[in-house]
Design a protein around this ligand. Structure first.
Ligand SMILES: [Zn+2]
Length: 436
């Protein structure tokens, strides 16, 4: 029974199954359910030796203990899952996802006229698929109509299923800038931007998203143009930080990035044209880079073609590819803080795997060690979110967000292609262990 294979859609059934098993063996009414992952190897994200023949004991939604089989006795009320010969890592974290993303082409045509209700349901479906791809935490830098904030609340309350969500609510957009489609509220000058920042935070956003330069997905305007004024960027960052929120800035521009780093921005998204000078400045300031390298590189081109992306979109993608790659390589060489993000759905199939895993593989191709790439999807995003006390590693007291893989990703990052089990907050959302 424990090798039960779960297909997408069987999610709820599996959760009920785990609950029933735990309830059957545990007569104590109020005691939280316990699960023990037994016999696997826990990858050491600090670079030390891995913990072999391990037991990870989960109680309720948290990790109760991690140790060797000699050190930890599996309590009789714990439901055991045999992970002998497998590797255990923290749930993956993807720092740039839009659950309601609509890309130009076929998708935009099909979803024209989508209502806010329909959008929120589509986001809920994407959230479940994200979890099933092993991604247990996401940051949403700008979505539409606050469906993201509704979903975040619903998941936190346990009435919807999906990854943990950190969200920017709606992006704060200046007139004529990137992201300024019809229907979007424009904000110009420091006071309007301060108001918009506070509006999103009061709606529940823990990040504020701004576009300080042009971008790929808007036809027109130079991707490297610094569109926002320095006083506008400073105003948003100051207003957000006073409320304890963080600021993510979409930027392809070195000049705009310099200003944003001086203003104390928390993360730079994409960074298509960042040069060594500004990347060094980011490294000194501790500013995060979320590369989303999959958006501009060859491995994802079939995805965009299949989607029926218009030629102008494909051309804009190609036009940044080389510089984007060089910026990533330089950022890695200069030790810039990097949190993995894709700007595609975390699960989006690309090159035989998910966008999240392909992104991590690109980091290795650009100069990271496999361990560094794995950290960019676990410990590093946890630090970026300020959530390292709860997330990012398999330690006692942290959330039981655990992924089981078939090889050691700290040795070979492509081991992430073989995800066998996904647990979030102690619940198993995917179990393919029986299939191997
Ligand atoms: Zn984006």
């Amino acid at each position: 029974m424990r090798n039960l294979m779960v297909k997408a859609g069987a999610l709820t059934r599996l959760m009920v199954f785990v609950s029933i098993v735990a309830a059957t063996v545990s007569p104590a009414q109020a005691a939280p359910e316990r699960v023990a992952l037994v016999g696997g190897t826990v990858v050491n994200l600090d670079g030390g030796p891995a913990l072999t023949d391990a037991v990870v004991l989960v109680r309720g939604d948290r990790i109760e203990a991690v140790g060797t089989r000699d050190e930890i006795v599996v309590p009789p009320d714990a439901y055991p899952i045999d992970v002998d010969g497998k590797w255990l890592i923290p749930g993956l974290m993807n720092m740039h996802v839009h659950l309601g993303l609509i890309l130009p082409g076929k998708m935009a045509t099909e979803l024209a006229g989508e209502t806010e209700g329909e959008l929120t349901l589509r986001m809920a479906d994407n959230a479940i698929r994200t979890l099933e791809a092993g991604v247990t935490t996401i940051r949403l830098p700008g979505d539409t109509a606050h469906g993201d904030l509704a979903l975040k609340k619903a998941i936190a309350r346990g009435i919807a299923h999906g990854p943990r969500i950190f969200s920017g609510g709606e992006a704060v957009v200046v007139t004529g800038g990137h992201g300024s489609e019809s229907g979007v509220i424009f904000n110009d000058g420091p006071y309007e931007l301060i108001k918009a920042t506070r509006r999103e935070i009061s709606a529940g956003a823990d990040w504020v998203k701004i576009f300080i330069s042009g971008g790929i997905a808007t036809d027109g305007g130079d991707i490297s143009q610094p569109l926002m004024m320095p006083e506008e960027i400073h105003a948003v960052v100051d207003a957000a930080h006073r409320f304890g929120a963080r600021v993510a800035a979409h930027s392809g521009s070195p000049q705009a990035t310099e200003v944003a780093v001086d203003a104390g921005v928390d993360s730079i998204e994409h960074g298509y044209f960042l040069d060594r000078k500004v990347l060094r400045k980011m490294a000194r300031a501790g500013t995060w880079l979320v590369p989303t390298i999959v958006v501009s590189q060859p491995a994802t081109e079939p995805f965009f073609r299949e989607l029926g992306s218009p030629q102008w979109y494909l051309d804009r993608r190609d036009s940044v590819g080389k510089d984007h790659w060089q910026a990533l390589q330089t950022a890695i060489a200069e030790d810039v803080n990097i949190g993995l993000g894709t700007d595609q759905m975390a699960f989006e199939p690309n090159d035989g795997t998910s966008a999240t895993v392909r992104e991590a593989q690109y980091y290795v191709e650009a100069g990271m060690t496999p361990l560094e790439a794995l950290r960019s999807a676990t410990t590093e995003p946890a630090r970026m979110l300020g959530a390292e006390a709860d997330l990012g590693s398999l330690e006692e007291g942290k959330f039981a967000d655990i992924v089981v893989v078939d090889g050691d990703p700290a040795e070979d990052i492509s081991a992430l292609r073989d995800i066998l089990l996904v647990m979030k907050g102690g619940h198993v959302y995917r179990n393919d262990l029986g299939a191997r």
